[in-house]
Design a protein around this ligand. Structure first.
Ligand code: SF4
Length: 236
Protein backbone atom coordinates (compact mmCIF):
# COMPACT_ATOMS: atom_id res chain seq x y z
CA UNK A 1 0.00 0.00 0.00
CA UNK A 2 2.85 2.39 0.87
CA UNK A 3 4.32 1.95 -2.64
CA UNK A 4 1.05 2.98 -4.23
CA UNK A 5 0.57 5.88 -1.82
CA UNK A 6 3.95 7.56 -2.38
CA UNK A 7 3.35 7.62 -6.13
CA UNK A 8 0.60 10.17 -5.56
CA UNK A 9 1.65 11.98 -2.36
CA UNK A 10 4.80 12.90 -0.36
CA UNK A 11 6.17 10.02 1.71
CA UNK A 12 5.88 11.99 4.98
CA UNK A 13 2.12 12.18 4.38
CA UNK A 14 2.02 8.38 4.66
CA UNK A 15 2.91 8.70 8.35
CA UNK A 16 -0.26 10.71 8.95
CA UNK A 17 -2.45 8.12 7.29
CA UNK A 18 -5.17 6.61 9.47
CA UNK A 19 -6.42 3.16 8.55
CA UNK A 20 -8.75 1.43 8.61
CA UNK A 21 -11.01 4.46 8.32
CA UNK A 22 -14.51 4.85 9.72
CA UNK A 23 -15.82 4.77 13.27
CA UNK A 24 -16.40 1.23 14.45
CA UNK A 25 -20.15 1.42 15.05
CA UNK A 26 -21.12 -2.02 13.79
CA UNK A 27 -21.96 -1.01 10.22
CA UNK A 28 -22.66 -3.53 7.45
CA UNK A 29 -24.06 -1.84 4.36
CA UNK A 30 -22.05 0.41 1.97
CA UNK A 31 -24.26 3.38 2.93
CA UNK A 32 -23.58 2.88 6.64
CA UNK A 33 -19.86 2.52 5.97
CA UNK A 34 -19.87 5.86 4.14
CA UNK A 35 -21.59 7.43 7.16
CA UNK A 36 -19.03 5.94 9.56
CA UNK A 37 -16.20 7.38 7.43
CA UNK A 38 -17.83 10.81 7.26
CA UNK A 39 -18.41 10.67 11.04
CA UNK A 40 -14.72 9.96 11.65
CA UNK A 41 -13.67 12.89 9.41
CA UNK A 42 -16.02 15.28 11.25
CA UNK A 43 -14.90 14.00 14.66
CA UNK A 44 -11.24 14.43 13.66
CA UNK A 45 -11.83 18.00 12.41
CA UNK A 46 -13.62 18.92 15.63
CA UNK A 47 -10.98 17.28 17.81
CA UNK A 48 -13.51 14.77 19.15
CA UNK A 49 -11.98 11.60 17.79
CA UNK A 50 -10.29 10.59 21.02
CA UNK A 51 -13.36 8.98 22.55
CA UNK A 52 -14.26 7.08 19.38
CA UNK A 53 -11.09 5.28 18.41
CA UNK A 54 -11.38 1.67 17.41
CA UNK A 55 -12.45 -0.51 20.31
CA UNK A 56 -13.22 2.39 22.65
CA UNK A 57 -16.78 2.72 21.32
CA UNK A 58 -17.31 -0.98 21.91
CA UNK A 59 -16.01 -0.63 25.46
CA UNK A 60 -18.66 2.03 26.09
CA UNK A 61 -21.51 0.02 24.60
CA UNK A 62 -24.07 -1.24 27.09
CA UNK A 63 -25.57 -3.82 24.74
CA UNK A 64 -22.99 -5.98 22.99
CA UNK A 65 -24.77 -9.06 21.64
CA UNK A 66 -28.15 -10.65 21.32
CA UNK A 67 -29.93 -13.69 19.94
CA UNK A 68 -33.15 -13.19 18.00
CA UNK A 69 -35.94 -15.60 17.26
CA UNK A 70 -39.16 -15.16 15.34
CA UNK A 71 -42.44 -16.13 17.01
CA UNK A 72 -46.00 -16.13 15.68
CA UNK A 73 -48.38 -13.51 17.02
CA UNK A 74 -50.09 -15.30 19.94
CA UNK A 75 -53.31 -13.29 19.79
CA UNK A 76 -53.67 -13.94 16.05
CA UNK A 77 -51.71 -17.01 14.81
CA UNK A 78 -53.18 -16.59 11.30
CA UNK A 79 -51.71 -13.09 10.95
CA UNK A 80 -49.10 -12.63 8.21
CA UNK A 81 -47.05 -10.50 10.58
CA UNK A 82 -44.65 -12.05 13.05
CA UNK A 83 -43.09 -10.99 16.34
CA UNK A 84 -39.50 -11.23 17.48
CA UNK A 85 -38.13 -12.14 20.90
CA UNK A 86 -34.59 -10.97 21.47
CA UNK A 87 -32.48 -12.29 24.36
CA UNK A 88 -29.79 -9.81 25.40
CA UNK A 89 -26.27 -10.58 26.52
CA UNK A 90 -26.40 -7.74 29.08
CA UNK A 91 -28.89 -6.27 31.57
CA UNK A 92 -29.80 -2.93 29.96
CA UNK A 93 -32.32 -1.71 32.57
CA UNK A 94 -29.94 1.09 33.64
CA UNK A 95 -30.69 2.94 30.41
CA UNK A 96 -34.52 2.60 30.59
CA UNK A 97 -35.31 6.03 32.14
CA UNK A 98 -33.18 7.70 29.45
CA UNK A 99 -34.70 5.57 26.67
CA UNK A 100 -38.11 6.53 28.04
CA UNK A 101 -37.19 10.16 27.34
CA UNK A 102 -35.53 9.57 23.96
CA UNK A 103 -38.19 7.23 22.53
CA UNK A 104 -41.15 8.94 24.20
CA UNK A 105 -42.06 5.75 26.04
CA UNK A 106 -45.66 4.66 25.88
CA UNK A 107 -45.65 2.78 29.19
CA UNK A 108 -42.92 2.62 31.79
CA UNK A 109 -42.63 0.93 35.17
CA UNK A 110 -39.40 1.73 36.95
CA UNK A 111 -40.27 -0.80 39.65
CA UNK A 112 -40.96 -3.66 37.23
CA UNK A 113 -38.23 -2.51 34.82
CA UNK A 114 -40.50 -2.67 31.77
CA UNK A 115 -40.55 -0.01 29.08
CA UNK A 116 -42.91 -0.12 26.10
CA UNK A 117 -42.56 2.18 23.12
CA UNK A 118 -44.29 2.54 19.76
CA UNK A 119 -41.98 2.96 16.85
CA UNK A 120 -42.58 2.78 13.08
CA UNK A 121 -45.69 0.63 13.51
CA UNK A 122 -44.08 -1.78 16.00
CA UNK A 123 -44.82 -2.17 19.68
CA UNK A 124 -41.46 -2.66 21.37
CA UNK A 125 -41.17 -3.89 24.95
CA UNK A 126 -37.86 -3.64 26.74
CA UNK A 127 -37.12 -5.83 29.75
CA UNK A 128 -33.71 -6.01 31.46
CA UNK A 129 -32.47 -8.90 29.30
CA UNK A 130 -35.11 -9.12 26.61
CA UNK A 131 -36.72 -7.04 23.86
CA UNK A 132 -40.00 -8.03 22.19
CA UNK A 133 -40.91 -6.49 18.82
CA UNK A 134 -44.34 -6.87 17.19
CA UNK A 135 -45.75 -6.60 13.67
CA UNK A 136 -42.73 -7.54 11.61
CA UNK A 137 -42.73 -8.75 8.02
CA UNK A 138 -40.03 -11.37 8.44
CA UNK A 139 -36.69 -12.29 10.00
CA UNK A 140 -34.86 -9.76 7.80
CA UNK A 141 -36.95 -6.85 9.02
CA UNK A 142 -36.64 -8.10 12.62
CA UNK A 143 -32.84 -7.98 12.38
CA UNK A 144 -32.87 -4.51 10.80
CA UNK A 145 -35.15 -3.16 13.54
CA UNK A 146 -33.06 -4.81 16.23
CA UNK A 147 -29.79 -3.37 14.87
CA UNK A 148 -31.38 0.06 14.96
CA UNK A 149 -32.55 -0.50 18.55
CA UNK A 150 -29.09 -1.67 19.58
CA UNK A 151 -27.65 1.54 18.15
CA UNK A 152 -30.24 3.65 19.99
CA UNK A 153 -29.69 1.82 23.30
CA UNK A 154 -25.93 2.30 23.08
CA UNK A 155 -26.04 5.93 21.93
CA UNK A 156 -28.52 6.75 24.68
CA UNK A 157 -26.32 5.04 27.25
CA UNK A 158 -23.20 6.90 26.10
CA UNK A 159 -25.06 10.25 26.10
CA UNK A 160 -27.10 9.68 29.28
CA UNK A 161 -25.28 12.53 31.06
CA UNK A 162 -27.02 14.98 28.72
CA UNK A 163 -30.48 13.34 28.86
CA UNK A 164 -33.06 14.06 31.55
CA UNK A 165 -34.41 10.68 32.72
CA UNK A 166 -38.15 10.10 32.79
CA UNK A 167 -39.83 7.68 35.20
CA UNK A 168 -43.44 8.10 34.14
CA UNK A 169 -45.79 6.72 31.48
CA UNK A 170 -47.77 8.87 29.12
CA UNK A 171 -51.54 8.95 29.78
CA UNK A 172 -53.42 6.23 27.88
CA UNK A 173 -55.87 7.89 25.44
CA UNK A 174 -59.59 7.34 26.00
CA UNK A 175 -61.57 5.52 23.27
CA UNK A 176 -64.01 8.45 23.17
CA UNK A 177 -61.18 10.87 22.30
CA UNK A 178 -60.02 8.58 19.49
CA UNK A 179 -63.54 7.96 18.23
CA UNK A 180 -64.04 11.69 17.60
CA UNK A 181 -61.22 11.57 15.05
CA UNK A 182 -62.51 8.56 13.10
CA UNK A 183 -64.67 8.84 9.95
CA UNK A 184 -67.74 7.52 11.81
CA UNK A 185 -69.23 5.56 8.89
CA UNK A 186 -69.16 2.14 10.61
CA UNK A 187 -68.22 0.69 7.22
CA UNK A 188 -66.40 -2.32 8.76
CA UNK A 189 -63.48 -2.06 6.32
CA UNK A 190 -61.06 -2.12 9.25
CA UNK A 191 -62.33 -5.58 10.24
CA UNK A 192 -64.43 -4.58 13.27
CA UNK A 193 -68.15 -3.78 13.30
CA UNK A 194 -68.04 -0.13 14.37
CA UNK A 195 -65.77 2.88 14.52
CA UNK A 196 -66.05 2.85 18.32
CA UNK A 197 -64.87 -0.77 18.47
CA UNK A 198 -61.96 0.27 16.27
CA UNK A 199 -61.20 3.18 18.63
CA UNK A 200 -61.16 0.81 21.59
CA UNK A 201 -58.76 -1.56 19.85
CA UNK A 202 -56.43 1.31 19.07
CA UNK A 203 -56.11 2.08 22.78
CA UNK A 204 -55.14 -1.53 23.47
CA UNK A 205 -52.76 -1.69 20.48
CA UNK A 206 -54.67 -4.61 18.97
CA UNK A 207 -55.13 -2.63 15.75
CA UNK A 208 -53.31 0.12 13.87
CA UNK A 209 -55.05 3.29 12.66
CA UNK A 210 -53.69 2.56 9.15
CA UNK A 211 -56.21 -0.31 9.00
CA UNK A 212 -58.95 2.27 8.44
CA UNK A 213 -58.67 3.07 4.70
CA UNK A 214 -60.63 6.33 5.02
CA UNK A 215 -58.06 7.72 7.44
CA UNK A 216 -55.43 7.35 4.73
CA UNK A 217 -57.26 9.76 2.42
CA UNK A 218 -56.47 13.47 2.06
CA UNK A 219 -59.79 14.41 3.64
CA UNK A 220 -58.70 12.96 6.97
CA UNK A 221 -55.11 14.16 6.99
CA UNK A 222 -55.60 16.48 9.99
CA UNK A 223 -57.36 13.70 11.96
CA UNK A 224 -54.57 11.32 11.04
CA UNK A 225 -51.91 13.65 12.44
CA UNK A 226 -53.89 14.23 15.63
CA UNK A 227 -54.43 10.47 16.05
CA UNK A 228 -50.76 9.80 15.59
CA UNK A 229 -50.00 12.42 18.21
CA UNK A 230 -52.34 11.10 20.89
CA UNK A 231 -51.36 7.48 20.18
CA UNK A 232 -47.65 8.45 20.32
CA UNK A 233 -46.75 6.29 17.34
CA UNK A 234 -44.52 8.83 15.59
CA UNK A 235 -46.36 8.38 12.30
CA UNK A 236 -49.24 10.09 10.52
S1 SF4 B 1 -62.81 1.38 8.47
FE1 SF4 B 1 -62.72 3.36 9.47
S2 SF4 B 1 -64.71 4.27 9.06
FE2 SF4 B 1 -64.91 2.10 8.64
S3 SF4 B 1 -65.62 1.19 10.58
FE3 SF4 B 1 -63.43 1.06 10.59
S4 SF4 B 1 -62.79 2.91 11.65
FE4 SF4 B 1 -64.87 3.25 11.03
Amino acid sequence: MKEIFIKIAPEEAFLKLQAPIGLDIGVETPGDIAISIAAEIIAAKKGKLEGFKKGEWEDKMLLQNYTLRIVLAECNPSSEKVNALVELSEDISEVFPYLNTVLKGFQYSDKEKILTVKRKGHLITFRPRQIAITKLEDDKEAREVMEELKQIVNETYVNRGQIKPSYTSIPIPRPTDIYKLLPGTNCKKCGVPTCFAFAFKLTTNELDWKQCPLLLTEEFEANRLKLSEILHDGEG
